[in-house]
Design a protein around this ligand. Sequence first.
Ligand SMILES: [Zn+2]
Length: 391
Amino acid sequence: MRDLDCRPDTATHQKRQTGPSQAASGSRKAHPQPARLPPAIVNGERVLPSRYGAPAPLKRSRHKFIARVTMRMTGSSERQDVNTIDSGALDLTPINESMGAAFPPESLFPDFSPHVFAEAPLVGTMPYYDAEKGKLVSSIHGWTFRLDGKLVLVDTGRGRHQDKGLANAPFFMSLAAAGIAPSDIDMVLLTHLHTDHIKNNTQCIDGRWEPAFRNARYVVGRREYAHWQADGAGLALYPEQASILREAITPIVEAGQLDLIDDDAEVFPGLRAMQVPGHTATQLAFILENGPDTFLFAADSFHHPLQVYRPDWGSSLCEDRATAYRTRMSLLDFCASRNAVLLASHFGGTHAGLIHRRGEGYGFEPIAILARRSLHSKQEVESAGVSRHTA
Ligand SMILES: [Zn+2]
């Protein structure tokens, strides 16, 4: 089928950049509809409660940091101390694709004022701001975790260097470094359908786009999926996304691997969706709870940690800045009240942090998350810095 063709003369995807406004153009076309599923998914089969016993207990890591290490970012002499937490049996791991100085602050935040760096020096230095280049640092990454025998991947990046083969594509290299083969992934959660979150969903095989995670269910919000249909508001705003969706979503639908969920669905015990509108009208966050620990995959509700200090600064990449502001305030309150770890899609550094109340507002404390498999080499971590987890 021509739409799934990824031969070189039709594969324009490699030139695309982050964000819908920078994507290559393409024509609109309705996508095949995935099978209708009940509100609580999963996997085309009814999941028996007995398969999901009590979650494995975690160390009370949020309350007891296990180590204090030095974070050293490539290309910077800046150093800062970062607390670390043990994600225990979750084995929570960032899957990195790219990170670097990306946006002049005023281009991403029209209301930007450098005063924020005086109020919050942390976000005005590496690994969050490259003062030499005058640009905010931005990362593209996903996360993997294990819960009750399932290996879950949250978001799949933007397909960087896939044309050189998966063995040379940074996202898949990062997966391999974590000891994960694409076929190991049981579930891919997609927070929203922008290029930089879906483009490694598929790979080019014999001239066709095919699911890259062949054993996975791909999970998308029902309303987010509709948002990007031919008559949806997303494509009306960003028609250039159509060709990307044909490459990264249509093959998943045609392979019968897409599941749609409602905004508040419990994906399975310990993992639930939550609507976080603003960046797209229908974007989802995911809340992961295990023992005493709560992690919030916040999608693009935040683009940079300076928005913790200035949540009223809307991003130029958001569909509705006023709604995005209300969402940010709600998530900041959620994280501060629950001591939840904020996992934002584009933060530099460790990509993770705790949110503290600070006067009338909030502050950001970066943390590094240690996956279980890395704990045996804690010594190595301390000597090498946490960059081995984030490189
Ligand atoms: Zn994004």
